[in-house]
Design a protein around this ligand. Sequence first.
Ligand SMILES: [Zn+2]
Length: 441
Amino acid sequence: MRSFFVRLAACVAVLGPLACSDAESTPQVEAQPNTPFGPASGAQTMDTGLQSPPAAPPDTSGNNPPSDTRTGTTPSEGQPTPVLNTPPPPPAMNTAEMPMPDPDGNQTPPPDPDGNQTPPPVAGPLVPPSTLPPFGPGAVPQPAGAVGNFRVLSWAGFKAAISFTFDDTNSSQIQRYQDLNSLGVPFTFYLITAANHVQDLQSPVWPQALRDGHEIGNHTANHMNTGSPNLAGDTDTGQATLERMFGIKVYTMAAPFGAQDYINIASSRYLINRGTPGGTIAANDNTNPFNLPCFIPNTNAPVGDFNARVDAVRAAGTWQTELVHGFNGAVHNDGAFQPVDIGVFQQAVRYAKSFGDVWIDTIAKVGAYWRAQKTVSTLTPTMANGSSTWTWTLPAHFPPGQYLRVTVSGGTLRQGDATVPWDAHGYYEIALDRGSVTLSP
Ligand SMILES: [Zn+2]
């Protein structure tokens, strides 16, 4: 608490009392709600996934639904993880345990809190193990055909992706945290750090959320709109506070009010800025990663409004981000913008999970995959002695320890001196930290 009051004092000293007052006490108007993709009627009917989906991108069409509907869940569910060659997932990617690439591009292995060494998934320099959720039928034989046809699977092989985000450090999110966490999927919480939010910011829920595998991202210190001075500085203040308070590295932000001014600010600081335009994201498309679209449900939106988004992304093979500000019944006077019913939200998440083929994960996790796929998919390999090598430079502010799932028609994949093991779910996982992969006969 002492550090909070030091910060509060500093905030008042630097910005003046008005800047530290409760700018959030009035309802926010971040963006107009989107028109749902499709009619809500019928959307609540459970789709078993047996209907033939409309044309999905080629990258996803080859993937079969998993036999285990638990795929895509997090270790917070306490379920065994049915994945091969992958140690138990570590905590959220933005916890302090995850290393940052150094300026030379070398990777530092993550320190083990117990002092034990976790075997790397492949030989060679230690890189963090993949934390992608398993997907696929299992017992898929390793491709043994002609060497070639290297391609990256969209959305880690899942049919589609959804990221649920929560903005504004709202007390109703804290109140409902256990209800949210019990859903067993990772969420992204975009926190405001200014003094008027410190009561909620100090909640033990946020460190717990990190331990449970959720992402904490930056929603700036004072949640200022277009026209306010020093939006960049306020963004940096929020980031510094989060990183100091929680011992994390923050990789993504959400623009207050979805203001366009934050696009340039985010582009030099973050992997992703989730904005508020409506829409979805396709693999390898030209969506601006610094103004990522989202779906904002109306106040007390019925579950059909949420479910229609799930149906749409499963049909199109795309990624939907969703923005919920909070739930009815805030604990104190910080009522959420367009609150929804927690029970309805839980139904919505369970509907998305029910198919088993939707990747539900944080903005940082899905966003890193999306950006890396686009980077790697556009490369032209160099050829030598019958081998093809793809060499990449990852986007700036890219989290360490990320992987892409790829397939080939045949041949051996290597990264450095290490052979990439075949995953019997139906893919190879290549470590992005390694910077290249070679396909050889
Ligand atoms: Zn906000």
